[in-house]
Design a protein. Structure first.
Length: 290
């Protein structure tokens, strides 16, 4: 489309105001078409990532729910939250594409008006420096907000506690996650923070994942030895995402086995559970043979 604009620029039969009007109209149409394409592409990719999972296994795609909610949301609510994240990410990517489109349109406009962009920027260097400094923070806010949706750190309706450097941590409900800022509500007021300020967040609406593991143990070992083995295995090769965020509890001796309740940073899939149990049992029996 911009190739057609360049051909219009070189056509001397058209007046300059008409060319500028065509540039503005083409930019608007391009932005709307790009927004529709990006939204459909991201939705389709998100749908494919979920359909690629095997039946009966936890979702492993980019758009999966990283942690279950404390209130025990059902499948319909979880799907609604996932769609909110997908639409929000699509909207942010669309705004970035629109910004790039308008930059190209401005360059074409400079060419139509026979204005040298380099001369224009150099003559207003202090303005360019100010825009660069302000833009650096905006880019940081934008990327932080995008990662919030990708990583499912928090979403609309979640109750979070965040340390923003005030006397006390801020506690409130997420009301909106925008391009550059996040809006929180507490019992007294509405709070607005740039996205990069919400780096250390405690999400009270996301519960830690609890799993019960049954391990075979040698006669000389007990549940305490099993717990120690599990602690040592978390974070090793193949289990780098398995991190215990709480003490191991619920030791219950069974005939030749023990049941150990563990709390992890996220739910363990079937493969991770098998790998964790296999390695823990191997270590327990190796230590008993020594």
């Amino acid at each position: 489309m911009f190739e057609a604009l360049l051909s219009l620029v070189t056509d001397s039969s058209l007046s300059t105001p008409l060319v500028l009007a065509v540039i503005a109209l083409a930019t608007i149409v391009t932005n709307r078409m790009t927004r529709l394409v990006i939204r459909r592409v991201i939705r389709r990719l998100a749908r494919r990532s979920l359909l690629a999972n095997r039946p009966g296994t936890p979702p492993t795609g980019l758009w999966r729910a990283r942690s279950s909610r404390v209130d025990g949301e059902n499948g319909e609510t979880s799907e609604q939250r996932r769609r909110q994240r997908v639409d929000a990410a699509a909207r942010m990517v669309s705004h970035l594409a629109a910004l790039l489109t308008w930059i190209v349109a401005v360059i074409v406009t400079f060419h139509v008006l026979d204005v040298d962009p380099a001369f224009f920027l150099s003559s207003a260097g202090f303005i360019g420096a100010g825009l660069a400094i302000g833009g650096q923070h905006k880019v940081n806010d934008y990327l932080t907000g995008l990662s919030v949706h990708f990583e499912d750190r928090y979403g609309v309706g979640d109750e979070i506690v965040v340390d923003v450097g005030w006397a006390e941590p801020v506690r409130g409900f997420v009301d909106h996650v925008g391009l550059f800022s996040t809006r929180l509500r507490d019992p007294r007021s509405t709070l607005h923070f740039p996205n990069h300020a919400l780096t250390s967040v405690r999400n009270l609406s996301q519960e830690a994942a609890a799993s019960t593991l049954r391990l075979r143990v040698p006669a000389s070992s007990d549940a305490g030895d099993a717990a120690a083995s599990l602690r040592g295995l978390a974070g090793t090769d193949g289990l780098t995402d398995v991190v215990f965020v709480g003490d191991l509890e619920g030791y219950q001796s069974v005939t030749g086995e023990v049941e150990v309740d563990v709390v992890t940073s996220r739910a363990l899939d079937a493969r991770e559970r098998e790998r964790l149990i296999e390695r823990a049992e191997r270590e327990l029996f190796d230590n008993a043979d020594r």
